[in-house]
Design a binder for this molecule. Structure first.
Ligand code: MV4
Length: 501
């Protein structure tokens, strides 16, 4: 395959910028495409060339395959990087790119298609000895058969949509009496959301940890893994905090999970960067769930602990180069944590908070990385995901990475919109996060609006910090509040919050 000279990034925001930076380092020219809402975005200015491809709505711009391919033709583009979201896991797009004589910087359309179906993914993976949650290997629609199987597995069970993602079409069933109704719901939800009503049954793991393995494969059959990311701190299937490595697994489990991830990738002849998702139960049994065939939002934590630039590897792989890294070359160094800074009000049910970034000052210093796509004065558009930035810290161990994160959060100045930063600070200082006794239920279990009124001694410190951070958010001149002022300030803040209802 030829050397890539010009890359079009079919994406926006922080990820478009992050990809272009590596391209530039590699001496590759960059092309941005943008919607009318993103005219003034940093990714547009950063690119060597930029073309407006349509209206703000994604369907008119970032999802408009024809327009994107036309720009490639007009500007002599060699390759397209899709980033994450948008067209990144669209097998049809990967195919069109290939048919247009361009290089898709990602896996084959066939890999995307297989892993896009959870059942097809399980079938592919079953060629290898990979642990999977007990359940049905095929789609199921017969209710009596479903009941027989559920009784065999034991309740609670989970009904999942084969075409599903992000928890959509998932239904927990506690006992046989609920099964018919929940199955009807899962099927119609899956049909409506994905145009495919196929569902299957799995044993429900009630308190899992979400651990995923980063893999890289080349066009010559070499596949390696770059260890795990722990992503259990999430809210409604939206990850909030990710870290690498996971403190919940031993080196033995790490190696075994890594081997399984490589086999999953091998089962669909994978090339490019991918992520194999596992859940782990309280007895540390892990199970393969699905594979994401894209560069993930949380990839920086893997880059920090391995020293590998994943985008650089993706580009080299797309050029047809054999992997320059062997499994034995890789080792984990230090610890990295990422928090996602969303324009959401964590104190108010995480409602999206759109507006203008009237103050936007990033943290800096040793061990701090900020991947963002906004600048002071910019508006957060309502059309896309409300993520403002990813804040990543790196330290020699988990405690140092956590300390750096708290320090960096305190340096971050954002006004004009409410952000999830205070919530992230709350997580960093929560006992369950510090000692590693958290799972995917962390937010539901430990964070609710009442956390402010039902404070205990151990919570009050984190609470004061939370309130302080919230106040800092809304008034940039505010000095850090002293302890005795906290109650007064808190009630003011609460009054404002309740007044909004
Ligand atoms: C599960 C599960 C428990 N048991 N499967 C959620 C989205 C999709 N990626 C799979 N998910 C889950 N599958 C069984 N058999 C729990 C979840 C789950 C979850 C998984 C990863 C990260 C966060 C989660 C939050 C809630 C539920």
């Amino acid at each position: 395959m030829p050397q890539i000279r010009k890359i079009l990034v079919a994406n926006r925001g922080e990820i478009a910028l992050r990809i272009m930076r590596t391209a530039r380092e590699m001496g590759i020219a960059t092309v941005a495409v943008f919607s009318e809402a993103d005219r003034r975005s940093p990714h547009v200015r950063y690119a060597d060339e930029a073309v407006c491809i349509g209206a703000a709505a994604s369907a008119e711009s970032y999802l408009n395959i024809e327009k994107i391919l036309k720009v490639c033709e007009d500007l002599g583009v060699d390759a397209i990087h899709p980033g994450y979201g948008f067209l990144s896991e669209n097998a049809g797009f990967a195919k069109s790119v290939r048919e247009a004589g361009l290089i898709f910087i990602g896996p084959s359309p066939e890999s995307i298609e297989v892993m896009g179906s959870k059942l097809a993914a399980k079938h592919a993976a079953s060629k290898y000895n990979i642990p999977m949650v007990p359940g049905t290997p095929d789609a199921i629609d017969d209710r009596d058969e479903a009941k027989r199987i559920a009784n065999g597995i034991g309740y609670p069970i989970l009904i999942k949509a084969s075409a599903g993602g992000g928890g959509k079409g998932m239904r927990v069933v506690e006992n046989e009496a609920e099964l018919d109704e929940q199955m009807d719901r899962a099927v119609s939800e899956a049909q409506a959301a994905f145009g495919d009503g196929s569902v299957f049954i799995e044993k429900y793991i009630t308190s899992p940890k979400h651990i995923e393995i980063q893999v890289l494969g080349d066009h010559h059959g070499n596949i390696i893994h770059l260890f795990e990311r722990e992503c259990s701190i999430q809210r409604r299937h939206q990850k909030v905090v990710e870290e690498a490595p996971s403190i919940s697994i031993t080196n033995e489990i790490r190696e075994e999970m890594g081997r399984c991830a490589v086999d999953v990738a091998r089962s669909c002849n994978y090339y490019g960067a991918g992520t194999v998702e596992f859940i782990m139960d309280e007895s540390r049994n892990f199970y393969f769930l699905e594979m994401n065939t894209r560069l993930q939002v949380e990839h920086p934590v893997t880059e920090m602990i391995t020293g590998v630039d994943l985008v650089k590897e993706m580009i080299a792989i797309a050029e047809g180069q054999p992997l320059g890294i062997a499994q034995e070359d890789l080792q984990i160094r230090g610890h990295a944590i990422e928090v996602r800074v969303y324009a959401e009000d964590a104190a108010n049910h995480f409602l999206p908070d759109i507006g203008t970034l009237s103050t936007y000052v990033k943290p800096d210093g040793n061990g701090v990385r900020v991947d963002d796509g906004f600048e002071q004065g910019m508006e957060i558009p309502i059309y896309y995901d409300p993520m403002i930035a990813k804040l990543i810290t790196y330290g020699e161990d988990r405690e140092m990475a956590t300390r750096k994160m708290v320090r960096a959060i305190d340096e971050y100045q954002i006004t004009g919109v409410q952000t999830t930063l205070p919530f992230c600070r709350f997580v960093m200082q929560h006992e369950a996060f510090v000692n590693g006794s958290f799972d995917t239920n962390f937010v539901a279990r430990h964070f609710h609006p009442d956390v402010l009124s039902t404070k205990t001694d151990e919570q009050s410190e984190g609470l004061a910090a939370l309130i302080s951070a919230l106040l800092t958010d809304t008034s940039p001149e505010a000095k850090p509040v002293q302890n005795e002022e906290v109650t007064v300030q808190a009630s003011k803040w609460k009054a404002r919050r309740f007044a909004a209802h």
